[in-house]
Design a binder for this molecule. Sequence first.
Ligand SMILES: Nc1ncnc2c1ncn2[C@@H]1O[C@H](COP(=O)(O)OP(=O)(O)OP(=O)(O)O)[C@@H](O)[C@H]1O
Ligand SMILES: [Mg+2]
Length: 112
Amino acid sequence: MKKIEVIFRPEKLEPLKEKLLEAGIQGVTIFQVSGCGNQHGWIAYHRGNEVMMNTLPKVYLMTVVRDDEVEHTLHLIKEIVYTGNVGDGKIFISTVDECIRIRTDETGDTAL
Ligand SMILES: Nc1ncnc2c1ncn2[C@@H]1O[C@H](COP(=O)(O)OP(=O)(O)OP(=O)(O)O)[C@@H](O)[C@H]1O
Ligand SMILES: [Mg+2]
């Protein structure tokens, strides 16, 4: 199982949700966040105090998928969130050791 975390432009949330729903995604977790990448963020120090970190509103979407679904899922996501302009966002992919469906105590892929 892999965890796919996507941080992207808020205006892409609805089209991305629609796309993932169509594709039969198992589940998603979404947060409204604010953050910065390499252009917009910095911390300045004034007399020892942090005075500024510029952040922009973004959406964070997390989904855990089977290993064999990763490539397809990434393709769908990139198709929607890409504009080619700075601030398009980031995708992080990591391995998930286990998943448990609390109701049934199923584990692994079938619990997703
Ligand atoms: N290394 C990182 N770790 C955690 N979150 C990040 C990281 N880089 C970017 N983010 C998150 O992704 C959002 C979008 O980042 P952004 O697309 O501006 O990245 P970038 O590296 O500056 O790329 P670009 O040059 O396309 O702007 C940020 O607002 C932040 O929430
Ligand atoms: Mg940036």
